[in-house]
Design a protein around this ligand. Structure first.
Ligand code: ZN
Ligand code: FE
Length: 241
């Protein structure tokens, strides 16, 4: 069984870190999970304010802005389980995950399915509970991550993999880049009415995440590429934008 038990309330909150990072906090009335804690202090602050125990840390990839707070959180919450991609090396003890794995967080009665989604990095993974996808720096709202130690071909295939999930999947990414991404998308597709609507919709929002996969399929130019070459050309254009 994957997904949430229907009889308990799960909340998902963004914890803002650095300039534009989101650390995702998933909790019930006692226990919590954080995704990609690049910084420990805003996490500890909210956990103490809400009186929550930290039971799991989910890491999507090895960049410092996603793991910088892990060691400090582990010190503060010594029983926390840390999950991370098998293909990466970490200086903290972790349960390493690869494509197709499933993990269970009993304190919140949540299961996650693991997808390998390389491209931004070689080892990048996503966590999926059948409703919510935590995808780090792979798919952004109206954009996608830069190619660092992965390849364009990997990123293209990872985005196709995500595109095949249920359309109402909520997309929880690692950064607030939405307005800039929409501006770039409009520079490529100035007459796309869904994009124009989305631009208007986010103009008064400070936090634009989560989005939904259906929204992304309609407006995200990186999901609409039909070849790796077209994807690479668009990614190169965005890198120079
Ligand atoms: Zn990154
Ligand atoms: Fe990042």
């Amino acid at each position: 069984m994957t997904g949430y038990k229907d009889n308990q309330l799960i909340h998902i909150h963004p914890v803002e870190a650095f300039q534009d990072n989101y650390i995702w906090l998933i909790h019930n009335d006692q226990n919590s999970i954080v995704v990609d804690p690049g910084d420990a202090s805003p996490v500890i602050e909210i956990l103490e304010r809400k009186n929550l125990n930290l039971v799991a840390i989910l890491v999507t990839h090895h960049h410092a802005d996603h793991i910088g707070g892990v060691l400090e959180l582990q010190k503060k919450y010594p029983h926390v389980k840390i999950f991370a991609p098998k293909k990466d090396k970490y200086d903290f003890v972790n349960i390493s995950l690869q494509d197709g794995d499933e993990i269970n967080i009993p304190e919140l009665q949540i299961n996650y399915k693991i997808f390998e989604i390389p491209g931004h990095t070689q080892g990048h993974i996503a966590y999926y509970d059948m409703k919510n996808l935590f995808c780090g720096d792979t798919l952004f709202a109206c954009g996608c991550g830069k190619i660092f130690d992965g390849t364009h071909e990997q990123m293209y295939n990872s985005l196709k993999k995500i595109s095949g999930l249920s359309k109402d999947t909520k997309i929880y990414c690692g950064h607030e880049y939405t307005k800039k991404n929409i501006a770039f998308a409009l520079s490529v597709k100035p007459n796309n009415s869904d994009l124009l609507l989305r631009d208007e919709h986010v103009s008064n929002l400070k936090i634009t995440i989560p989005s939904t996969l259906s929204e992304e399929l309609k407006t995200n130019p990186f999901l609409n590429c039909t070849s790796i070459e077209a994807f690479k050309a668009l990614r190169d254009l965005k890198d120079q934008y």
